[in-house]
Design a protein. Structure first.
Length: 255
């Protein structure tokens, strides 16, 4: 019997009795974008850090296929249940995963979380999809990086994501870009999220593109809360990693 397809992953094993955290990077990211979190949380937890762009696992992906690949990866490492830590676009992947595989989820933590795309975000996405065959994908990625992370204090996190995106390649970029419109459609499936699953959103107060809608729509998710970090942009897990880590650690230990 052929082995089921799965994502590449890095494992940081502390001890058998420790709880697991599964890290799911954002669009264009990699395990490297979790560097500060790996250094901190590996002292207390077992970590599974996905590399979703490393191997071309499918010519076509959708949200449910991605979730299936995640559960195949988790099963491969014999992880029965875990906390899932997502970032940006992957926060929607985490929510969908929790709906499809609730038995695998202890809690969800979303850095720079996204719940719903507003008109501005949908328009920017429309531009990206329209021009992806006409403009070098890195020109598009840099443009959107500046839109999402415009301030001087956002530069470090912006540079990290741009550098990681350069390793994607055009085909991989397009494959994942085409998945995003699925998340702009009806999110009625969120009503099926198990009320017992706790959800934490951690955002920067300078997350100009997503924070307003996250504050609004997170209220519609039962058992959810949001923490906002001051003087911080969208990529709060990098820009203010110490504060981000402390917020998440406190949350995990309060459950």
């Amino acid at each position: 019997m052929a082995e089921e397809k799965r994502f590449s992953a890095q494992v940081f094993h502390k001890k058998d009795s420790a709880e697991w955290i599964v890290f799911i990077h954002g669009f264009g990211g990699s395990a490297r974008t979790w560097k500060k979190q790996i250094e901190f949380f590996s002292k207390y937890y077992n970590l599974l850090v996905l590399e979703m762009h490393k191997n071309k696992v499918d010519e076509y992906l959708d949200l449910d296929k991605i979730c299936k690949l995640i559960t195949n990866t988790v099963n491969h490492y014999q992880i029965k249940k875990a906390h899932f830590l997502g970032f940006s676009f992957s926060s929607l992947i985490c929510l969908r995963f929790a709906v499809l595989y609730p038995e695998k989820v202890n809690s969800l933590i979303m850095g720079g979380g996204i719940i719903k795309f507003n008109f501005k975000t949908r328009f920017l996405l429309f531009l990206a999809i329209t021009f992806k065959k006409m403009i070098n994908y890195m020109v598009l990625y840099r443009f959107f990086a500046y839109i999402i992370l415009p301030k001087k204090n956002h530069k470090r996190s912006r540079d990290i994501f741009v550098n990681e995106a350069q390793k994607l390649g055009y085909n991989e970029f397009c494959k994942w870009l085409d998945i995003i419109p699925q998340t702009t459609q009806s999110l009625t499936w969120l009503d099926k999220l198990n009320d017992d699953i706790k959800v934490l959103y951690v955002s920067g107060n300078e997350d100009y593109l997503f924070l307003k809608d996250t504050l609004k729509y997170s209220k519609k998710i039962s058992n959810s809360q949001i923490e906002v970090i001051d003087n911080c942009g969208h990529v709060c897990s990098i820009e203010q990693s110490d504060k981000f880590n402390n917020v998440v650690f406190k949350y995990l230990n309060s459950n």
